[in-house]
Design a protein. Sequence first.
Length: 340
Amino acid sequence: MQMKLKAGIIGLGKMGISHAAIVCPHPSVDLVAVCDTSTLVLDAFKKFSRVNIYKDFRTMIDAEDLDFVIIASPTRFHYEMVSYALKKGIHTFCEKPLSLTIEEGKELDKLSKEKKLINQVGYHNHFIGTFLELKRLLDKKVLGDLVHFTAESYGPVVTKEKGGTWRSDPHEGGGCLFDYASHVINLVQEIIGRPVKVNGSVLKKIYSKGVEDAVYSILTLENGVSGVLEVNWSDETYRKMSTLLTVFGKNGKIICDATEIKIYLKEANNRENLKRGWTIKYITDLALPVNFYLRGEEYSAQIDNLVDCILQNKPSKINTFKQALQTDEVIELLVEDSKN
């Protein structure tokens, strides 16, 4: 009988609790410890679970013989928590973004390589079937030479002026750029091409005082393709975060979000069974199979990937620290360009 991996979770906010709900029933994992500073949350875990509870992450890591840890704390704590876990030889999953500075991100990437540890960052969109299909079709060159793209995301996070929270503090990792735009940039990076240049960047305040509520820019990719980034978390016409990629090529275009992918071709592609004109594929036919569904199969699928990589001792090819660092480098380009 295969031994279960021992897991711990640091940070029990919305994402940390979601991860706990996914990890607990995983057939290959035993959640043995959680850590948070909230007595209320820890009391709930103490009452309704058998996991060991901690208020200090170092104490937890030192006391428990963990195989991997999930870090879902505010971004400003990522560096010290991730580096401590890596130095202790623990495989590490960290919520996005990886860090608030490029220097910290480089150190974490270097340390994970030196320790030969599995590492993954929570850009969950890469486990959504429609976006996976978009990447596959672009790799198959169904659009021919690419011409342009648009990368958009909208949601109702901040829709009125209000008092300060972590979302209003750039040093906490708050702001539309780190919280929303990072997801979109990462999708562009891994599906269409890596952004290497930005122009006309605007970080716009709408309701917030200390951070931006919208991000607009023109991105140029290393393959020479250019496109538009448009992200706004103060759009109350959306019920939740909605992300959309549109890619234009000489043979047509593809419009893709988390629920469907719409493909328009000027010339049919018989190898892909795509006719001339429109073809629509739905997430119901493309979703990844998972053992446990919570908030979307992508959240379980990313943990399945992490666990599989650890069990097989193979580096993850999806959402590595290195890939997350490249996204952070684009964020830095946007920040600097917006000052011009």
